[in-house]
Design a protein around this ligand. Structure first.
Ligand code: DAT
Ligand code: MG
Length: 233
């Protein structure tokens, strides 16, 4: 497994590869040197991916000609690396679990290209459901909502990625499944608001709050996906 792992906190999640292992970065650097063809390996970052040497850059033709390996900051990569990585809390509700939709729902987020960093099946206690939905306490449907969420096991997930909070809401679709667009999870898989199969955080702050609420220390796993260089340049 090509993962550098550290669970949130200090405990290792998946052991880091040994120094001479075939991690993507290490392997791509070896291939780069052997093939001497950067085009073929365009998706792979060098070890310090914010810097790149371009033999065609004007800067390399004059004063730095004799120092051809001087790194220059490659601005698009610097900007991309500064984009905010968010976390969102996604939950398959009891109806989604009972109807065998867990795999389908996980698959939609995986295929999109987000990274799963937390996953568990859980029988939600009433107190947790009340805390999770505390903003809806005054609503007429609140008690039914608490009964529904605690009526059977849920599947709790934490997903990570740039823009994951808003994108997950789009993948999920409108609260009322009859208003949700075809192609969305609720639009494709459900028919009623009170059985809309899935929850997704509505803001980055709530993403963090809800992950902290539903996952214990050590249950969220930070890891590096082998797909990363094929998903973001
Ligand atoms: P969402 O789940 O799309 O973020 P929400 O936060 O407004 O929607 O409401 C939380 C859940 O409460 C929702 O998924 C289903 C239930 N709910 C919302 N409005 C409802 C209504 N009018 N009748 C019954 N249940 C409702
Ligand atoms: Mg909501």
């Amino acid at each position: 497994m090509e993962a550098m792992g550290a669970v949130r906190g200090l405990t290792p999640c998946i052991s880091s590869p040994p120094p001479n292992s075939s991690s993507p970065t290490h392997r791509s650097n070896i291939l780069f040197r052997r093939n001497n063809n950067p085009q073929k390996l365009a998706a792979f970052h060098s070890q310090s991916h914010l810097f790149s040497y371009s033999p065609t850059s004007p800067l390399t033709h004059s004063s730095s000609r004799n120092n051809s390996f001087t790194p220059h900051i490659f601005l698009p990569r610097l900007v991309a690396s500064m984009e905010q990585v968010e976390e969102t809390y996604i939950m398959v509700k009891p109806d989604g679990v009972q109807r065998g939709l867990v795999g389908e729902i996980i698959s939609r987020f995986e295929k999109k290209g987000f990274k799963l960093i937390g996953l568990k099946m859980y029988q939600c206690p009433k107190e947790l459901a009340e805390e999770h939905y505390k903003d809806l306490k005054a609503k007429s449907f609140y008690q039914k909502l608490i009964d529904y969420i605690t009526s059977g096991p849920v599947v709790c997930m934490a997903w990570e990625g740039v823009g994951v909070v808003a994108s997950a809401r789009k993948l999920i679709g409108a609260t009322d499944p009859l208003q949700a667009e075809p192609g969305t999870i609720r639009g494709d898989l459900s028919v009623q608001t009170g059985r809309n199969v899935i929850h997704g955080s509505d803001s980055p702050d709530n993403g963090k709050r809800e992950i902290a609420l539903w996952f214990k220390e050590g249950e969220v796993c930070q890891w590096t996906s082998a797909q990363a260089p094929w998903l973001r340049e």
